[in-house]
Design a protein around this ligand. Structure first.
Ligand code: AMP
Ligand code: MG
Ligand code: MG
Length: 310
């Protein structure tokens, strides 16, 4: 058997690690001691964010020492503080057998930047909207998101009359997505947006869309899942609040499924290690190019100018 290309190995490891991180997220909630810290205005961190990040970074850096891994939670990446049962070296067998696209076959560890959001939707986590919570691992090569994992720790599947918790969705450029069944967009224009970080500019961008329905939910990961599952057609967020770790994995998976995620000016973000963390000019994502073009055409120039000046 020929060796498995690095990107495929790393994606299959990321699926297993995200599952473990999701269990940590559930365990912290069951214990009931969230250890909430306020990092900034409307920006919180809990014990689950901290522990899940330690698990992910320790697991990936043990196996791939030359990777550049950037996690949302600062200065937590000392491997020796991590309990040994948080270090996951398994890999998902289905992902491991994927065919690697030719353009990604010779990528080296040093060419990869991994963006980790150990818990996306922390506000919702602390408020009990648990299905909005996701674990995000995004893999970028030459500044572009090429693979990613969205794990949903509280997703319920009924198997043999019993609820199984958690599911993991992955995507790989030029290959596709797995872990769930994508569905076509709704017939009506359904927009998904923030639940807990709105402001007048965010509302202005929603008003101009002429939407039939606006869904307000937490997390960039969960909103992109709504696009992929046919619950919403477009994700609009005209704010500088999202960061690279929020959009790297969702963008990789959405584009592997034929969708598009850009800023509200229609430009792609870059995911090199030296890029600034905030997605300053907002997020505009859609399940296909037509819906993305429609939404982009509705954004007034004045709004684009205001965000660009921030
Ligand atoms: P939301 O759609 O509000 O759930 O935001 C998606 C992601 O971006 C989450 O990780 C949020 O924490 C982050 N985010 C969005 N807006 C802000 C903000 N104003 N301050 C801090 N984080 C934000
Ligand atoms: Mg986040
Ligand atoms: Mg987070």
């Amino acid at each position: 058997m020929t060796a498995v290309p690095l990107i495929v190995k790393l994606l299959s490891s990321s699926v297993s690690v995200a599952n473990r991180a999701g269990k940590i997220v559930r365990d912290v909630m069951s214990k009931g001691e969230l250890g909430i810290v306020e990092k900034g205005k409307d920006d919180f961190q809990t014990e689950a964010d901290r522990s899940a990040q330690r698990c992910i970074i320790a697991s990936l850096s043990t196996q791939y020492p030359k990777l550049n891994i950037i996690g949302e939670e600062d200065s937590l990446d000392t491997v020796d503080e991590v309990p040994s049962d948080w270090i996951v070296i398994d890999s998902d067998k289905d992902v491991l057998s994927l065919e690697c696209p030719p353009s990604l076959q010779d990528i080296k560890e040093e060419d990869i930047v991994v963006w980790v959001d150990p818990l996306d939707g922390t506000s919702e986590y602390t408020q009990g909207f648990l299905e909005h919570v996701t674990v995000l691992i995004g893999i970028s090569v030459n500044e572009k998101p090429v693979a990613g994992v969205i794990h949903q720790p509280y997703y319920k599947t009924l198997i043999g009359g019993e609820n199984k918790l958690g599911r993991t969705i992955w995507g790989l450029q030029d290959t596709g997505v797995g872990g769930f069944t994508p569905a076509p967009p709704p017939d009506a224009l359904v927009i998904t947006t923030t639940r807990s970080h709105s402001n007048p500019l965010v509302e202005k961008a929603l008003q101009v869309m002429n939407a039939n329905q606006i869904l307000r939910v937490g997390g960039a990961g969960y909103k992109v899942l709504q696009l992929l599952e046919g619950v919403a057609s477009v994700y609009v967020f005209a704010s500088s609040g999202c960061k690279k770790w929020d959009t790297c994995a969702p963008e990789a998976i959405l584009s592997a499924a034929g969708g598009k995620l850009t800023d509200v000016l229609g430009n792609f973000y870059k995911y090199g290690a030296s890029e600034s963390r905030p997605n300053k000019t907002g997020v505009l994502a859609a399940v296909n190019n037509d819906l993305h073009s429609y939404a982009l055409s509705k954004i007034p120039q004045e709004l684009k100018d205001t965000l660009s000046k921030k």
